[in-house]
Design a binder for this molecule. Structure first.
Ligand code: CDP
Ligand code: CDP
Length: 225
């Protein structure tokens, strides 16, 4: 039997990371780890506690009180903050607007990285995020860096929000701007910025269907197995 692999999928917002990672994990019978959801949960916890997400000390002090758990589910896995389901709540515009600040803090990054490595030590994983190939799993067997034009990424997120009924008043132009802003902050932060690992394979998904992206990702994995 093929040994269990670590597969890292990184890239900017709404490039299709979680969609592709979930399908790959399901097909390979691996664990799927959505690291973005973890940073979103910490952000939601701060907002719920009335903490300013820009207050690094207050967010750092809150960390011991943030317990993040996942339960498998289709099409979306369930996410919990201290036992309370927050699967939908972490996808709001308000969380998206504040998550890059929260994700830039040293204590937040080290706590999440530790948790992510612990999960990856137990089984084959497909992990998606921004710094998986560079920092969390630098020795991952396969590293894929997914990209797509910002217009297409914003359109994808817009359609998804409309379908899910999340922040349906937000216009496509507003979403485009929010995604650009988040990518800028994520790429320019000091610790573990969004960046293609030197040994990652870049996959441009502009104009590709989900099935086409999955096929290309599988070819990249087969090449490394
Ligand atoms: O799904 P989407 O691309 O909108 O974002 P996400 O994967 O849910 O990640 C939300 C935010 O968490 C990102 O914009 C980053 O600020 C942060 N993040 C990070 O810093 N490192 C990761 N490994 C994953 C996410
Ligand atoms: O995880 P990330 O933020 O990178 O993106 P996602 O949440 O997996 O995907 C954003 C949206 O794009 C979802 O609604 C997908 O169905 C859609 N999509 C895609 O992921 N890949 C394509 N090739 C086409 C659409």
């Amino acid at each position: 039997m093929m040994k269990s692999m670590q597969i890292a999928i990184d890239g900017p917002a709404s490039a299709g990371k979680s969609t592709i990672a979930k399908i790959l994990a399901n097909d390979l019978d691996y664990v799927y780890v959505d690291t973005g959801a973890m940073y979103r949960v910490v952000t939601l916890a701060a907002l719920q506690a009335g903490i300013d997400p820009n207050d690094e000390q207050a967010v750092t002090d809150l960390l011991p009180n943030v317990k993040i758990t996942f339960k498998p589910g289709t099409p979306t896995q369930h996410v919990y903050l201290n036992g309370q389901e927050v699967t939908e709540a972490i996808r709001s515009d308000e969380v998206a607007r504040n998550v890059s600040a929260v994700a830039s803090y040293a204590a937040v990054r080290s706590t999440m990285t530790e948790l992510q490595r612990e999960i990856a030590s137990n089984a084959g994983v497909v992990m998606d995020g921004r710094d998986i190939g560079t920092t969390v799993l630098p020795h991952a067997d396969v590293k894929i860096f997914l990209i797509a034009s910002v217009q297409e990424r914003a359109e994808r997120r817009y359609k998804e929000n409309q379908a899910k009924g999340i922040d349906t008043d937000t216009t496509l132009a507003e979403l485009t701007q929010a995604i650009e802003q988040r990518d800028y902050l994520d790429s320019h932060r000091e610790i573990s910025p969004l960046k293609k690992a030197d040994d990652a394979v870049e996959l441009d998904t502009t104009g590709l269907s989900i099935d086409e992206v999955v096929d290309r990702a599988k070819a990249i994995i087969a090449d490394k197995a």
